[in-house]
Write a protein that binds this ligand. Sequence first.
Ligand code: CP
Length: 304
Amino acid sequence: MLKKKHLLGIAELEREEIEAILESAASMKDILKRDIPKVPTLRGKTVANLFFEPSTRTRTSFEIAAKRLSADVVNFSSAGSSISKGETLKDTVRNIEAMIVDAVVVRHSSEGVPHYIASFSKASVINAGDGKHEHPTQALLDVFTIKEKKGYIEGLNIAIVGDITHSRVARSDILAIKKLGGNPIVVGPPTMLPLYVEALEVETAHCIDEVIPHVDVIIMLRIQKERMKSPLFPSIREYSRLFGLNRKKLEKAKKDVLIMHPGPVNWGVELSPDIMDFERNIILEQVTNGVAVRMAVLYLLIGP
Ligand code: CP
């Protein structure tokens, strides 16, 4: 069981709690393989998805996860809401909560919004991505997927490549991998590594070719143009040449290397289209596992 009412970040989780979520997710995955992949565990509970920023995978995945557990789901997106009439974030959340919900899943472009909501919410708050800060369920599904494929995380070298500065996934992945005994290596041009990168206490590299032969997993990231004030590299073509991944570069990789990406992928930028059908591209398996991991999180936070 989790010790807290909310899931706000990997930073707040102890190793045992992460392991409990992964164990529960494995059971949830078994449920998803049944002919009727649905259980009554959360019957009578309501989950509200509050998305103030676009999402395809996370929102859909939370909705499917809640429905597989028989919870009711309401989806709120800021577009078309009364926020355009001046209603505040706090009022919006309090009004939705007044309709009696047990969990609110929050995505917002500003760091700390899920923490703020947790400060007044009666419901359990789950961070579905807050600005550049954290995306805990993405990290949980990433480590679940790696563990499923490799059997363990301890001692694995895991490269995280790209726009580390603007990536909440990188931040949560680094924390989760380290807590489980793995070795994250962040790779990117100096302009895409945080100013005080040493505070992350991870290995760093500025050249993808340098790390490819030594790593067990490569997590590629999208360039987050929407969070950049000005371009951090001369051209997409140059970025792609220096930091993108293609089959040619993978010739130097370990035979069992795994290629991951949280999505959305910009094919032709960080990943060459020839990676689409690469046998160890497990990007869609990450998406499948996202449902099991989010079922586990919902069950552990608001379950019986
Ligand atoms: N990985 C991820 O957060 O994807 P979405 O933005 O589509 O939810």
